[in-house]
Design a protein around this ligand. Structure first.
Ligand SMILES: *[C@@H]1O[C@H](CO)[C@@H](O)[C@H](O)[C@H]1NC(C)=O
Ligand SMILES: *[C@@H]1O[C@H](CO)[C@@H](O)[C@H](O)[C@H]1NC(C)=O
Ligand SMILES: *[C@@H]1O[C@H](CO)[C@@H](O)[C@H](O)[C@H]1NC(C)=O
Ligand SMILES: *[C@@H]1O[C@H](CO)[C@@H](O)[C@H](O)[C@H]1NC(C)=O
Ligand SMILES: *[C@@H]1O[C@H](CO)[C@@H](O)[C@H](O)[C@H]1NC(C)=O
Ligand SMILES: *[C@@H]1O[C@H](CO)[C@@H](O)[C@H](O)[C@H]1NC(C)=O
Ligand SMILES: *[C@@H]1O[C@H](CO)[C@@H](O)[C@H](O)[C@H]1NC(C)=O
Length: 819
């Protein structure tokens, strides 16, 4: 086999290759590897010869090793498969070829430790492998033709139920009727593992595990095969990549098994598909039925996150395994830094999953309200923002000067504190006492008093713990302007409340005027009926840094103050010193909104088995709503001078509406090939597109003077980018195709709400369908000029395009950006 010929540059190797080729009359090995070896010499012999030759030719490696993820060309594999070679053998051969070189080099005593180590091979959603390599080995590897792209492994982070009712799901009706719930849908959750004994994962009444399921229940520390049941049908742990970076996992701190020692994974899995549990609450708060969005779905837990985060190579291995096991939906409440799709391992694996029909749902990140912070933004992923429901946990701070302020807390003790003196900063302790960090407070100063604590430096519940330990009687947690009016409800260990940034400013102001100020904090438990939804300030924002031609995030679902399952070994504050234990806990983050969406996708899948991931995504997006329960536009918890409303760059198409998504009327479908075309249109090279396509790919040739338009991706929303300062007007024409999935004979008429300074025309204005499954196309032109824009910082204006027919309203947001 002409392994050597796979080298691109090193001419001496090419020569070597040529010699080998001629000796086996291999003939043009680059394009005819298979034909070469089969009719000549026995395969194994050729292979070894090549490797011998290679081993002699490679340079000496340096001692430090790093884990790399190697993406390879699938078409090369096809050629190899006709030689009956397993991918693993091919990868091992590649690694051997870049191995430590001179066998007799006496400088190298530590030969063993220098050999490349194969951690994982990837075959289902991407082609390639992960291996520990020295820098030299890495360099030789990148020279091999057939190796598309090599990236160092890295650590990603977690983005840390009543919401079903808020989402309009009702037992016995629609998506929660018997027939929809009976069909089998499997949700795979990549997270910190799971607590299998939790009541949310009992399997009473569930039928047999579907025959198509290929997963397993891996045993490990405090976890056995019997921990799975007909609800939790699979559990696996991935740690090779993590341990290669961080060293061995300390068994006293974490379970080297799928068991959850953090709480995050148990919470997210139960949000997506946990059982319906009546009378669930956290200390009586949020009392009611806790239920996964699709509570009859099966769950498969893939533990990829550990104490210090989640290694990319482990995540890839888990995605692979989950797709091979047979999951229908993947839920990932984690993410890394934004980067072009061809360098983003998660985007690459998600592409493979999409091609296998698996719906891929991800959290948008918690880096809002700063613009362009959205993560997980590939168009084949569903990117989920977080918002509030109408359920609140209100408190009131009453100052001795009569002023009152609203706040939020899950404190579960007395309903009211006494009127107590306030202390802050130097009246509470020493350096950093304003942040209430451990050791900064003076017991004599804070004893029996209410301490004001600024957000930042340590956790919110940790501040409460520090105040309590120092003898404080209460705490007022002060938002800074960046956190705005965001009101997290936390299960504090003492009477404590969060207040928004404006209340924080006033309270500090009054205190500085009058150090004798006193306060009481009152707690009102659980209330319903607040204006909602409201987009959370922390929810990451668009536009996407990597790709401005797709609106991101895509959608919002509840992600603030979410009640869901919690392991019995972890306190609700997650603090070691907090000895309280709960069955359900309330937490916030896009980590919590993502599994809501995963559950909704499972619901849609259960009534539309044959829909592609893109069709399900379109159904969820075009049926989303943009008005709140008070009939106003959905607002943003982050209020600026210019607006208090949410935009497509904070909530995408709006708030998910599961019942609407089950019957969307029309869908915008997208195939794998369409996405590859799209990548060509945003000027990715053939080589870069090949990485995502996992095979040698050539972008389609277009006529001279024409080019592929990014706007032609059949996405269910519109992002238009005009050049700021460009003279004259520019017109971009986008093409879309909709498939009729509603009523056989129906006409749709278009309605456009246009952003200021942009002309929009749609052709045709009416779409008349004659049957189900029929596809019709339309064109929409956006005309704008750059001349009115006075800043380079990027300005965005928004609108929408809606097809209305019968009772259907198929809505796409429009985001126009000048940059
Ligand atoms: C259940 O709900 C689905 C989706 O809304 C619908 O298609 C189906 O007809 C309903 N079935 C029954 C028996 O009500
Ligand atoms: C191991 O799992 C059991 C449940 O089967 C649990 O009760 C126990 O606390 C766990 N052990 C540790 C060390 O957490
Ligand atoms: C594991 O963690 C425990 C508790 O923090 C510590 O005492 C122990 O030394 C650690 N073991 C290793 C091998 O690091
Ligand atoms: C604060 O520090 C002390 C002493 O180092 C430690 O015992 C305690 O657990 C810490 N408290 C918190 C909340 O971390
Ligand atoms: C605060 O209280 C002290 C002692 O009771 C008193 O001397 C002082 O005048 C008070 N200051 C104000 C601003 O009320
Ligand atoms: C791609 O390259 C062409 C030619 O350089 C350029 O006109 C076009 O704006 C680029 N498109 C994108 C999406 O960057
Ligand atoms: C600038 O905007 C105004 C409306 O705001 C419009 O009438 C005018 O045509 C625009 N100028 C250019 C050069 O586009």
């Amino acid at each position: 086999m002409c392994m050597v010929c796979l080298y691109k540059q090193q001419s001496h190797l090419l020569k070597l290759c040529t010699i080998l080729l001629f000796s086996f009359t291999c003939g043009g090995c680059r394009n005819k590897i298979a034909g070469a070896a089969t009719n000549m010499v026995p395969m194994r012999m050729v292979w070894q010869l090549v490797l011998l030759a290679l081993v002699a030719a490679t340079a000496i490696a340096s001692a430090d090793r790093t884990t790399y993820i190697v993406h390879t060309d699938a078409s090369k594999m096809v050629e190899l498969n006709s030689l009956n070679k397993q991918p693993r053998e091919w990868y091992e051969a590649i690694l051997n070829s870049v191995k430590k070189p001179e066998a007799h080099d006496d400088e190298d005593e530590d030969e063993e430790s220098l050999a490349p180590e194969l951690l994982y091979t990837y075959e289902t959603t991407m082609n390639g492998f992960a291996a520990k390599l020295t820098t030299k080995q890495y360099q030789s590897l990148t020279d091999i033709d057939g190796v598309l792209f090599v990236t160092p492994d890295e650590m990603l982070n977690l983005h840390t139920t009543y919401s079903t009712h808020f989402l309009g799901l009702e037992f016995g009706r629609g998506l929660w009727n018997e027939s929809s719930l009976a069909s089998d849908v499997i949700v795979g959750v990549l997270d910190t593992g799971i607590w299998p004994e939790h009541i949310s994962f009992h399997d009473r009444g569930l039928p047999q595990v579907p025959a198509r399921w290929k997963g397993t229940c891996e045993k490990g520390s405090n976890f056995s095969a019997t921990n799975c049941n007909k609800k939790l049908i699979g559990a696996r742990a991935f740690l090779k990549g993590y341990e290669a970076i961080n060293g061995q996992i300390n068994g006293t701190k974490d379970f080297r098994s799928p068991r959850d020692s953090n709480g995050h994974g148990t919470h997210t899995a139960s949000t997506a598909a946990g059982n319906m549990i009546p009378k669930a609450s956290l200390y009586g708060m949020a009392n009611g039925i806790a239920s996964g969005m699709r509570f009859t779905s099966r769950i498969a837990a893939y533990k990829v996150c550990w104490d210090r985060g989640c290694a990319s190579s482990d995540i890839l291995a888990a995605i692979e395994q989950a797709v091979a096991d047979g999951v229908d939906v993947l839920s990932l409440s984690l993410g890394g830094l934004p980067r072009p799709y061809y360098q983003d391992s998660m985007a690459i694996a998600a592409f493979g999953a999409m091609e296998k029909g698996v719906f891929f749902s991800c959290s948008a990140g918690n880096s809002g309200p700063i613009p362009s912070t959205v993560g997980n933004m590939a168009p084949w992923m569903m990117t989920v923002a977080a918002s509030y429901t109408d359920r609140t946990f209100p408190t009131k701070v009453t100052l001795s000067n009569g002023k009152t302020f609203k706040g939020s807390s899950l404190y579960s003790g007395a309903r009211k504190t006494n009127q107590l003196p306030i202390v802050y900063k130097e009246t509470a302790g020493g350096i950093r006492a304003e942040f209430c960090i451990n050791g900064s407070l003076s017991s004599t100063l804070v004893k029996g008093k209410i301490v004001l604590c600024d957000r930042g430096l340590n956790g919110r519940t940790e501040k409460g713990f520090v105040v309590k330990s120092a003898g404080g009687a209460g705490m007022i947690l002060l938002n800074s302007p960046i956190q705005g009016e965001e009101l997290f409800a936390d299960p504090h260990v003492l009477p404590a409340t969060t207040v928004g940034a404006s209340a924080a400013k006033s309270i500090k102001g009054y205190y500085l005027q009058n150090k004798n100020l006193t306060a009481t904090i009152s707690f009102y438990g659980t209330r319903y009926g607040a204006r909602a939804p409201v987009v959370a300030a922390f929810s990451s924002r668009g536009p996407s840094l990597v790709d401005p031609y797709v609106v991101k995030p895509d959608i919002t679902t509840p992600g603030v103050n979410i009640l869901a399952a919690w392991p019995p070994t972890i306190s609700p504050t997650e603090l070691k010193n907090d000895n309280r234990r709960v069955q359900f806990n309330i937490v916030s983050g896009t980590s919590m909104s993502c599994p809501h969406l995963s559950g909704i996708a499972a619901l849609v899948k259960s009534v539309h088995k044959d829909w592609s991931p893109a069709a399900i995504k379109s159904a969820i997006m075009t049926s989303a709503y943009t008005h709140d329960n008070k009939q106003h536009l959905i607002s943003d918890a982050y209020v600026t001078k210019s607006t208090k409303f949410a935009t497509p760059f904070s909530f995408g198409s709006g708030h998910a509406n599961p019942e609407g998504a089950s019957d969307p009327g029309l869908v915008y479908d997208i195939s794998g090939e369409d996405y590859l075309h799209y990548l060509c249109s945003i000027n990715y090279t053939d080589a870069q597109v090949s990485i995502l396509g996992r095979k040698k790919y050539s972008c389609p040739k277009v006529k001279k003077g024409q080019r592929l338009q990014p706007g032609d991706l059949n996405y269910p929303s519109f992002s238009v980018v005009f050049e700021a300062f460009k003279k004259g007007t520019t017109t971009y024409t986008y093409k879309r195709t909709v498939t009729n999935v509603g009523t056989p004979k129906i006409s749709y008429k278009v309605f456009v709400e246009k952003p200021k300074n942009v002309k929009i025309s749609v052709e045709p204005q009416v779409l008349t369908f004659k049957k189900l499954g029929q596809k019709l196309s339309y064109k929409v032109s956006f005309t704008g000029s750059g001349a009115n824009i006075t800043t380079r910082s990027g300005i965005s204006l928004f609108g929408s395009l809606v097809w209305v027919g019968g009772h259907y309203s198929v809505r796409s947001p429009i985001a126009v950006t000048w940059q």
